[in-house]
Design a protein around this ligand. Structure first.
Ligand code: SAH
Length: 262
């Protein structure tokens, strides 16, 4: 870091958040001491957080200190007066690439205790099993790319895993980070009122979830399936299982194949 470097801009959200003036190194100490699941997000758009994660169940959990969110503003690690974070791609071509040295400095500020993930369309596809793995750990550090992405050398040097939200290209990693954090945080103890709801839902048993219905009993002439109103829990459970299997077979042959092999 050069001498004219401003203090890194760190922002934390939630009840157990620490002061913004704390040095990056203290950030990890804080996580270890307090033990709450932690997300560190390195981004050029810190104002985009907590975003939707600050709402509803994930927002309430943040307020309660069931998890913590720290944003690390990549811009503060930029080079020179203009805090440059990017440069043109080696070999030519459109767009800009985030510099390895700048990203490396931001990763140092995030500390070492958490697995680091770079959001990338070239990464392994995020799924429910990954959300479960992340939720079972101490937290994650997410690196949000922008422009054409991140200089490959810093990813290779630090052996950073790349994870994708899906087979499409976003303008930056922030929406992907929020989606993945939402999927992970809702699995943390106490975040959803009713734990059983995460055990029965789509993907948890390798199947898509059965369809859901609620009042009114008749809507526009369409009735709720009679079995769901029978009060017979054995029959309801069988019906739901059959629906889940039929739906998965029809819509997701890939999941159905995997289910058959379990
Ligand atoms: N040139 C790159 C795309 C860059 S998009 C390519 O063709 O592979 C800019 C940034 O948005 C990426 O660095 C990444 O952090 C984020 N991003 C885009 N699509 C994404 C996806 N499907 N999943 C996760 N992150 C994504």
């Amino acid at each position: 870091m050069s001498d004219d470097q401003a203090a890194p801009k760190l922002k934390s959200h939630g009840r157990l958040s620490m002061q913004a003036s704390l040095k990056p190194r203290d950030l990890m100490a804080d996580v270890v001491v307090r033990g709450a699941w932690a997300a560190h997000v390195i981004t050029l758009l810190p104002e985009a957080f907590p975003g939707v994660l600050g709402q509803s169940l994930t927002g309430r959990a943040l307020d309660l200190g069931l998890w913590r969110l720290n944003t690390i503003d990549l811009r503060t690690f930029g080079i020179g007066k203009h805090r440059n974070v990017d440069d043109t791609p080696a070999g030519g071509g459109a767009g800009m690439v985030l510099r390895a040295d700048v990203v490396d400095a931001a990763l140092n500020a995030a500390g070492q205790g958490l697995p680091v993930i770079c959001l990338s369309p070239r990464g392994r596809r995020f799924d429910q099993a990954m959300a479960q793995t992340w939720a079972a750990g101490p937290g994650v550090t997410l690196l949000c790319g922008r422009f054409e992405g991140v200089d490959q050398r810093v990813l290779d040097h630090r052996r950073i895993a790349e994870v994708s939200l899906g087979d499409f290209v976003l303008t930056g990693g922030e929406i992907a980070a929020q989606a993945m954090l939402d999927a992970t945080v809702r699995l943390l103890p106490g975040v959803l009122g009713n734990r059983a709801s995460t055990e029965e839902e789509s993907f948890s048993h390798g199947l898509l979830e059965h369809p859901q219905f609620t009042r009114p009993a008749v809507w526009e002439g369409h009735e709720i399936p009679a079995v769901l109103q029978s009060g017979n829990h054995g029959e309801i459970s069988k019906w739901r299982q059959a629906q889940a299997e039929a739906l998965t077979k029809d819509r997701r042959p890939d999941l159905w194949d995997a289910f058959g092999r379990r």
